[in-house]
Write a protein that binds this ligand. Structure first.
Ligand SMILES: NC(=O)c1ccc[n+]([C@@H]2O[C@H](COP(=O)([O-])OP(=O)(O)OC[C@H]3O[C@@H](n4cnc5c(N)ncnc54)[C@H](OP(=O)(O)O)[C@@H]3O)[C@@H](O)[C@H]2O)c1
Length: 236
């Protein structure tokens, strides 16, 4: 039997839900450059197409990127990257629930910033479930695995050309979904992925973002995190 050629590998698109903002467009750019097929989702299909066109311009004509309405994007992919503000997260997920395919992975980067309710961006809100990611897990169908990741990456740096200087802590109750997310994280130059344990640890990772935002205000920078002192095998 001959070995499978790359042509036999099925394309597994990544739908970036709420992908028209800085975080979604930054991830779209980096993954498009890495050869991933990207579908940008939006509440407005035209805005999604415009965002896809802007990313295509930066990523180059070989990039595989399109834009459509969130539910259509959701139905067309089984890797769902959620990049919406906390204040829209729950209602959007409830709306998209019927469009989610069983076995899908939802990667959540939501940070429950107090800015969403008129507070400071350097403070977070208490979430009844413990974290935005756990709130997401409560809403999506049982057959959808939730992973928390990418909270600590600067969107501004992601939408640029230089390698990042940041680790991505990946939390999930599903080891396979966590590994797939780590593999995607590693496709971003300068990023290492570290498994951070169960989804309940997302509450800690989400809080770090508020600290980084405070540091950025104070020191006028784009702060990231590096976890040191672990054996090489921890960075996966
Ligand atoms: N910015 C960063 O550096 C960064 C880094 C790490 C994590 N995050 C987190 O990632 C998420 C996205 O960040 P962002 O800066 O890209 O956010 P954003 O620009 O405020 O929002 C992203 C997109 O979400 C959609 N959206 C806004 N309000 C919505 C609502 N009420 N319901 C449904 N969709 C809504 C909008 O798309 P349409 O209008 O086109 O639908 C918008 O373009 C946030 O939770 C943030 O905390 C951000």
């Amino acid at each position: 039997m001959s070995a499978a050629s790359t042509a036999d590998v099925p394309v597994r698109p990544i739908a970036i839900i709420g992908g028209t903002g800085p975080a979604g467009m930054g991830l779209a750019l980096r993954w498009a450059r890495a050869g991933e097929t990207i579908i940008i989702g939006s509440r407005d299909p035209l805005r999604a197409q415009q965002a896809a066109a802007a990313v295509l311009l930066k990523a180059g004509p070989q990039a595989k990127i399109s834009g459509t309405e969130n539910a259509t994007a959701c139905a067309a992919a089984d890797i769902l990257m959620l990049t919406v503000p906390f204040e829209g997260q729950a209602s959007l997920l409830k709306q998209l629930k019927p469009a989610m395919t069983p076995g899908s992975i939802l990667i959540d980067a939501t940070v429950p910033l107090a800015a969403g309710v008129g507070g400071r961006a350097s403070r977070t809100l208490g979430v009844w479930q413990g974290s935005a990611a756990e709130q997401a897990a409560e809403i999506v169908p049982e057959e959808v695995s939730v992973v928390a990741a990418f909270h600590n990456l600067s969107a501004e740096l992601l939408y640029g050309d230089l390698p990042l200087d940041c680790d991505v802590i990946v939390c999930s109750d599903d080891p396979d979904a966590a590994q797939l997310t780590s593999d995607l994280a590693k496709k971003i130059p300068g990023v290492r992925a570290i498994f951070g344990g169960k989804l309940e640890n997302a509450r800690i990772v989400e809080q770090i973002t508020a600290l980084l935002i405070g540091l950025n205000f104070r020191h006028k920078g784009h702060a990231g995190i590096r976890i040191t002192g672990l054996p090489p095998g921890a960075y996966r």
